[in-house]
Design a binder for this molecule. Structure first.
Ligand code: ADE
Length: 267
């Protein structure tokens, strides 16, 4: 899958592209990224890419012309695909979109803004959609581009050593948060792991994990439960977990008082 990244600071991506499973995916050409610096598409001595905002205000604004020249070069030299401007005003990025992008494998062009933003006419002329990674303001789109590429690339087949693990991620399984994980030793600092995990019964383990997933999602992200209509599943999970020993409940990092509050809401 091909990404074109328009950025004034392409070196910011260096570590990202050389690190971990995603770095390896770029190294193995399972994903590809090409950088385009608008500064290289200016025609004045100072390579000017920004200017003061009309009407006044803080910060500088990226000029339309160098961005337009950059886009033109991407178009004439490669596959531009869909073009997005990364901005807090955009559609919220999600696991759902990450999956859609990874499945389609269509090239994407990500435009990273800097300073106060970019000239709106450039966005209008090219009908560019905006994408946000959350309700906060970053100093530039570079971090957002890395977040987006990371979440997409890990979903491309063969990127993760174990294909299953991308589907086990929080949000990937029916949109629920992932149940807690444990590794050896089975007892640490007087804390034991949930006994079901030592049972060897995978059906039972998956069932317990699913119930815990539902409950932690109901506790920290009730919006996900409502959106997916999982209220009756939460009820079932509460009833099932009620049969577990206190020790089992605590070892899953669940709290009996919080479960009681959930019962008051869901039962
Ligand atoms: N650029 C600045 N803030 C951003 C955000 N929250 N998401 C995407 N791009 C951004």
């Amino acid at each position: 899958m091909k990404f074109n990244v328009v950025s004034l600071f392409p070196t910011e991506f260096k570590q990202f592209l050389n690190m971990g499973v995603v770095g390896r995916a770029f190294y193995d050409h399972l994903a590809e990224v090409q950088f385009f610096n608008p500064r290289n598409y200016t025609h004045d001595m100072h390579q000017t890419v920004d200017d003061r905002p009309y009407g006044g205000g803080d910060g500088m604004v990226m000029m339309a012309e160098p961005l337009q020249n950059t886009l033109q070069d991407i178009k004439s030299n490669g596959e531009i695909g869909e073009v997005y401007y990364l901005s807090p005003k955009g559609e919220l990025w999600s696991e759902h979109l990450a999956k859609k992008w990874a499945d389609s494998q269509q090239p994407k062009t990500l435009i990273c803004g800097r300073y106060g933003g970019i000239d709106q006419r450039f966005l209008m002329k090219n009908n560019i959609k905006e994408l946000s990674i959350g309700d906060y303001v970053l100093s530039g789109g570079e971090l957002a581009a890395m977040v987006i590429m990371d979440s997409v690339v890990r979903k491309i087949p063969n990127v993760l050593g174990n294909e299953v693990s991308a589907n086990e991620d929080s949000f990937a399984k029916k949109g629920l948060l992932e149940a807690p994980l444990f590794t050896r030793p089975s007892e640490w600092e007087s804390m034991t792991i949930p006994s079901v995990l030592l049972s060897g019964n995978h059906q039972k383990i998956n069932r317990a994990r699913e119930k815990v997933s539902l409950l932690i999602t109901a506790l920290s992200r009730p919006d996900i439960i409502i959106k997916n209509n999982f209220q009756s599943d939460v009820m079932e999970a509460l009833e099932e977990v009620d049969q577990w020993t206190d020790q089992e409940i605590i070892s899953w990092s669940l709290n009996k008082d919080e479960l009681q509050k959930l019962k008051e809401i869901y039962l």
